[in-house]
Design a binder for this molecule. Structure first.
Ligand code: HEM
Length: 475
């Protein structure tokens, strides 16, 4: 990876002067190709990823039109970083968050900056590193449960299998340690339906289209209602057992340090937000990782060698992470190539400037990890899967690798997700090889969450499923 990015923030005594000079040099342009009434919506809807990746060739701040809606795409990594850090000025809002609020209300991921600090303070301890050993144990149990049903030669729907796993892990670690497995398939399918519905509403921001009684709109509304019922049941169960399981649900239901209790609807919003945020992203990263390993057998062989030598036939544990160096880099590189949240929006809460250009209050701003991660001036051969590019690299320059966002709104569960993905890839790689189906062309679905469309793979059993889940390993 190149670290000589032209205009990253300067350091040292001349930083202020350099920043002023640089501010003047950031470009702000309109992307060509808008058609009357619909703007860029047809291009975006047809090929969303190509559309996003194309933006940086026009400038650092690129004006686009989706229907009557104008937005500025922030393309330069330094400006993305500036925007993410200034979360009160570039507040949660814009088409994606407006739609997500319809589902998750004012939960942690969707609430405005004015409510965010307090919420984050309350919830942050749930993701403290001391909690990770306990979560890793539950993750290992669920990975073993998933693969215990697999058979040699069987063909599996990879995204569905990974969704099954991440739904179980999210529900068990955060809400319901005892687990009621009968709920899980419903949670999974409603989350899928909502992800599809949100994408349609962002790409075609014409409200009238989404009020029509079409099958797609009915599915979306039904999924919203049903997920609401499931979260109500999770909350009810927690109250009914009366046991403090020391998880996210306990934190939401108890009073915070200042004695404040959340209302029932606030608890509801948080549960829904976490279900949405927790299930989809990790599942899709894992599905892409299997696809990339299947199409890069040389990397897969090295991962098998690593898993064989580190795990010696058992399931991966938290304490193995340091030794699972290649597996960790595969996760990082998959997050670069296929960041699940390929596009996110903000709204300016006041008149401001970015890169020296004025942006009035109420402007919609978007940033796209996909666009940044595929820039040839940041990554050599950006479309190539190369976990080697992360070897012995320190922290990437600000704004260049942002699958988890950044600043105060950075993903609260980035460590949790990285651990889950690494343990899953290593444990499954030790026991199974997932082979591509010849002739199958895998492409992204084009949903709000970047997911592979129709990815089936054939299972080859390398050895019997690891027996233990590493129960004694509590670092
Ligand atoms: C590989 C997996 C994941 C990826 C790539 C990911 C990505 C992201 C991104 C990009 C954001 C910031 C959004 C923005 O800037 O608008 C975010 C926020 C968030 N994520 Fe994740 N996420 C992942 C896994 C998870 C998991 C497993 C959970 C929960 C269990 C979770 C919960 C959240 C929450 C609650 C926020 C909002 C944080 C805040 O505003 O303070 N994420 N995530």
């Amino acid at each position: 990876m190149r670290s000589d990015i032209g205009r990253l923030p300067a350091h040292g005594a001349n930083a202020q002067e350099a920043a002023t000079t640089r501010e003047a040099s950031y470009t702000k342009v309109a992307r060509p190709g808008a058609v009357p009434v619909l703007g860029h919506a047809p291009q975006f809807a047809r090929r969303p990823l190509e559309f996003l990746a194309s933006l940086s060739q026009y400038g650092d701040l690129v004006r686009i039109k989706l229907g009557s809606h104008t937005a500025y795409a922030v393309c330069h990594p330094a400006l993305v970083h500036q925007m993410l850090v200034a979360d009160r000025t570039f507040d949660k809002g814009g088409p994606i968050y407006d739609k997500l609020r319809e589902i998750g209300g004012n939960g942690l991921g969707t609430c405005p900056a004015s409510a965010h600090r307090q919420q984050r303070r309350r919830i942050q301890p749930v993701f403290h590193h001391q909690r990770m050993p306990g979560y890793a144990l539950l993750m290992s149990e669920e990975i073993t449960a998933l693969t215990s049903a697999w058979r040699h030669g069987q063909t599996i729907d990879v995204p569905a299998a990974m969704h099954q796993l991440t739904t179980a892990v999210t529900v068990r670690t955060l809400f319901d340690a005892e687990g009621d497995p009968s709920r899980l398939p419903a949670v999974q399918s409603h989350i899928d339906a909502l992800a599809i519905g949100v994408t349609r509403r962002v790409v075609w921001p014409l409200p009238v289209l989404h009020r029509l009684p079409t099958p797609a709109n009915r599915r979306y509304e039904q999924a919203r209602r049903e997920l609401h019922k499931i979260t109500a049941a999770l909350i009810h169960d927690h109250h009914a057992t009366g046991v403090d399981r020391d998880n996210l649900m306990s934190v939401l239901i108890a009073a915070d340090a200042g004695g404040t209790l959340l209302s029932e609807s606030e608890v509801h919003d948080q549960v829904t937000s976490f279900l949405l945020a927790g299930v989809e992203s990790t599942a899709n990263v894992l599905a892409w990782a299997w696809h990339l390993m299947g199409t890069h057998p040389e990397v897969r062989e090295q991962m098998q060698a690593e898993a064989d030598s580190v795990l010696a036939g058992r399931a991966a544990r938290l304490s193995d992470l340091g030794a699972l160096d290649l597996t960790g880099r595969v996760v990082t590189e998959t997050l670069r190539l296929y960041p699940p949240d390929s596009l996110m929006t903000r709204t300016t809460s006041t008149d401001t400037t970015l890169g020296g250009h004025p942006l009035p209050s109420g402007t919609t701003v978007i940033y796209s990890p996909y666009q940044l991660h595929r820039r040839a001036d940041l990554y050599s051969e950006p479309d190539r899967f190369d976990p080697g590019r992360w070897k012995d690299i320190g922290k990437p320059p600000a704004g260049t690798w942002v699958p988890f966002g950044g600043g105060p709104r950075k993903c609260i569960a980035d460590t949790f997700a990285h651990i889950q993905a690494t343990l899953t890839l290593a444990t499954i790689t030790a026991g199974w090889q997932l082979n591509p189906i010849p002739g199958q062309k895998v492409r992204p679905t084009g949903q709000a969450v970047l997911a592979p469309h129709k990815l089936t793979m054939r299972l080859h059993q390398r050895r019997t499923t690891p027996p233990g889940t590493g129960g004694a390993d509590r670092r």
